[in-house]
Design a protein around this ligand. Structure first.
Ligand code: PLP
Length: 384
């Protein structure tokens, strides 16, 4: 079996499983905010996990706020920045953001009168930095926040986040970088990034689902979304998911050790893509000319439904996804691909192959064989 949907969700990582088995045997299980012995011990375990996460992510201990995942982190940041904002009315996002960003920005537009400006991207799915400079120049005093991702969930394309961050810092604009797909897939250091805010989800990293981290440059200025009983130093109410938070530390640590394999993996991924293009010259690799996560391939055979390819691969025990949302059972080109100006026959043909750093390199050999046979079969019955 090849699981190739890590950008969707990662299976529990082996070190996390091993940790959990032992941890569940041993305990302690108590409210980490209780002052009795077991509470203090539980708290110590969780704070130890925070220290590990902070170290791996290059953040200060206090900059790590445990929560339920990226969506909550994103909602918290929008809330914190925009709650009391009355003068600045513009929110800038890009055309390839995840719905967790798009829908939140649109909510603030419809409910609170903000204006959402959507930065275009080029054919490889990279945001238009020059246009961002122009927009900032024209509207500087009126921009409440900018939210642009570090790496795209569909294409794996890495955005010019350093340049975007510098523009934000130079112009005093709060910047949220959606690092959900970036953290754990490539080395990341929060302090070096100098981002105001970054987010991640445990289930993308091999930790337990329902866990996550919000990284905040100046946590004392954060306005909590969930007030509750003052947990997480008042930044996020609710009794902490201490077991889950511990799994975040284990998973991040394991991934951190795996970064040495990145170069080899990226070479193997590129070889796989070249072989597919050589065998089928019609094949398109989305975002091919841009810097990409080493673990992602977004591949299309125009005219063949991505879903048909997915089913073919699944019959060989290989699990990939298509990007396309289904409307009335008609696969449609995803919003991300539309923003990239991708033609419909390409957009409807894509499958996303996303592995992790610790995936065996041989997977790409098996994928080459399986995808070659799927395309060879399906080109005989071209779908559209
Ligand atoms: C780029 C990006 N941002 C945000 C999210 C939302 O993450 P979650 O559903 O874990 O909160 C995802 C999930 O796929 C994502 O890929």
């Amino acid at each position: 079996m090849i699981y190739a949907d890590y950008n969707g969700s990662a299976p529990l990582c082996t070190s996390v499983k091993d940790y959990l088995f032992k941890r569940l045997e041993k305990g302690p299980f108590a409210n980490p905010n209780a002052i009795h012995y077991l509470g203090s011990k539980t708290l110590m375990g969780m704070e130890n996990a925070r220290a590990v996460c902070a170290k791996v992510l290059g953040a200060d201990f206090d900059q790590v706020i445990f929560n339920s995942g990226a969506t909550e982190g994103i909602s918290t940041v929008f809330h914190s920045i925009l709650k009391n904002e009355v003068n600045k009315k513009i929110i800038i996002i890009s055309g390839i953001e995840h719905s967790a960003i798009i829908n939140t920005a649109n909510y603030y537009a419809s409910e609170r009168g903000f204006e959402v400006k959507v930065l275009p991207v080029n054919g490889d799915g990279v945001v238009d930095l020059e246009m961002l400079k122009v927009w900032i120049g024209q509207n500087k005093k009126n921009i409440a926040m900018i939210s642009i991702m570090a790496a795209n969930n569909e294409t794996g394309v890495i955005q010019p986040y350093k340049e975007i961050n510098s523009l934000c810092v130079d112009n005093g604009i709060p910047f949220l970088c959606d690092t959900t797909q970036f953290i754990g897939k490539t080395p990341f250091n929060f302090k070096e990034s100098n981002f105001d805010y970054a987010v991640c989800s445990g289930h993308k990293l091999g930790a337990l689902t329902g866990t996550g981290i919000l990284l905040v440059k100046n946590p004392e200025g954060l306005c909590p979304l969930i007030i509750g009983g003052g947990q997480e130093k008042g930044h996020r109410g609710g009794t902490q998911n201490y077991l889950g938070n511990e799994t975040l530390a284990v998973a991040l640590n394991t991934l951190n050790e795996g970064f040495v394999k990145l170069e080899e993996l990226s070479k193997k991924r590129n070889e796989f893509e070249s072989k597919m293009k050589a065998a089928f010259p019609e094949v398109v690799i989305l975002g091919e000319n841009a810097p990409r996560l080493a673990t992602t391939t977004y591949i299309s055979y125009p005219g063949i439904h991505g879903q048909a390819v997915q089913i073919e691969l699944e019959s060989q025990d290989i699990f990939v996804t298509t990007s396309s949302a289904c409307s009335d059972n008609m696969p449609v080109t995803s919003k991300v691909l539309k923003a990239m100006g991708v033609a419909d026959d390409v957009g409807r043909g894509v499958v996303r192959i996303s592995l992790c750093m610790n995936s065996p390199l041989e997977y790409y050999d098996q994928l080459t064989v399986a995808l070659t046979s799927a395309y060879a079969k399906l080109t005989k019955v071209k779908s559209f």
